[in-house]
Design a protein around this ligand. Structure first.
Ligand code: C2E
Ligand code: MG
Ligand code: MG
Ligand code: MG
Length: 280
């Protein structure tokens, strides 16, 4: 326990300090140098075809190994990076890292990279993303950009950027779909390819019509708009089976794999591209 140690050093990063405004400011300062100190890494979580559980893509998820706090969750530091502006540098670093990694694996596995609302306000974003593809040699068709609904509502410039990405063959996904407040009418005009059903709806699946309500509605909407649907946060075989029955093509979740370091993700890809070993 930090209080037993009674030192100033232990006091500074007392677990209770992880929350609150002072801690935010401290983390924000630390984050500024985190890239140069090599503290950020990217993990990869498979996006699988629900009919055979084989990976068709991966989502890139950033991690921060803080020297005193250990691993800090992106749910904690991404909002801080948004506020202090670090997100633009950080986001492009993740994109470069992920594109280079997935290009090095070859094959046709795609990579899905999260973009923050603030990145969509950067006028050079489209240019920067295209430069990363050029630099890493990743085909545009193998990149998906994930954006949350809140980033898009009433943002004409952001919407124009999405159209530009798509004109270059890059696909766009709406992340955590169903948790924002965009109207359904608005969705029909958005230049997107993929809807990711938020994991809170997947968690409600329990074999009853009530449990499946929202997921079913999103899937029907998605089909009508000719969009691809990805279900997030699948933790049980029952959820996976129900989603497949409801017509969802792609899934992601701890049932298949947690976010993995590149080497483990590559061996998973290599294994699943081989024919079943029982045949030999
Ligand atoms: P997200 O984009 O919705 O990513 C999915 C999150 O759900 C990940 O959390 C993933 O580890 C977690 N997850 C996956 N499968 C399961 C499951 O079966 N059950 C549960 N309970 N959770 C599951 P993670 O990696 O902690 O990331 C949290 C959020 O941080 C992401 O949510 C995304 O919004 C943001 N984020 C992560 N990396 C980046 C990044 O490079 N840039 C930006 N802008 N945001 C990022
Ligand atoms: Mg995401
Ligand atoms: Mg998500
Ligand atoms: Mg989510």
């Amino acid at each position: 326990q930090a209080k037993d140690l009674g030192t100033h050093g232990a006091q500074l990063y007392d677990p209770s300090m992880i929350d609150g405004r002072a801690a935010d400011a401290q983390l924000g300062d630390d984050l500024t140098g985190a890239l140069e100190r090599d503290e950020l890494t990217v993990l990869y979580q498979p996006l699988v075809d629900l009919s055979d559980s084989r990976p068709v893509g991966v989502e890139a998820l950033v991690r921060w190994q803080h020297p005193e706090l250990g691993v800090v969750s992106p749910a904690r530091f991404i909002p801080i990076a948004e506020r202090n502006g670090t997100i633009n540098t950080l986001g492009l670093w993740v994109l470069r890292e992920a594109c280079a990694q997935v290009a090095s694996w070859g094959g046709d596995t795609y990579v899905s990279v999260n973009l923050s609302p603030r990145q969509l306000q950067e006028p050079t974003l489209v240019h920067d993303v295209l430069a990363v593809l050029q630099l890493t040699g990743l085909e545009p068709g193998r990149l998906v950009l994930e954006i949350t609904e809140s980033a898009l509502v009433d943002d004409v410039a952001g919407t124009t950027m999405l159209a530009e990405f798509r004109a270059h063959g890059i696909r766009v996904a709406i992340d955590d779909f169903g948790t924002g407040y965009s109207s359904l009418h608005y969705l029909t005009r958005l230049p997107v390819d993929i809807l990711k059903i938020d994991r809170s709806f997947v968690a409600e699946l329990n074999g009853t019509p009530e449990g499946a309500g929202i997921t079913e509605a999103i899937l029907r909407l998605s089909h009508a708009l000719h969009l691809t649907t990805v279900a997030e946060g699948i933790e049980t075989t029952e959820q996976a089976a129900e989603l497949q029955l409801l017509g969802c093509g792609i899934g992601q979740g701890y049932l298949f794999a947690e976010p993995l370091p590149p080497s483990q993700m590559l061996s998973l890809l290599t294994r699943s591209s081989q024919p079943p070993s029982s045949l030999s």
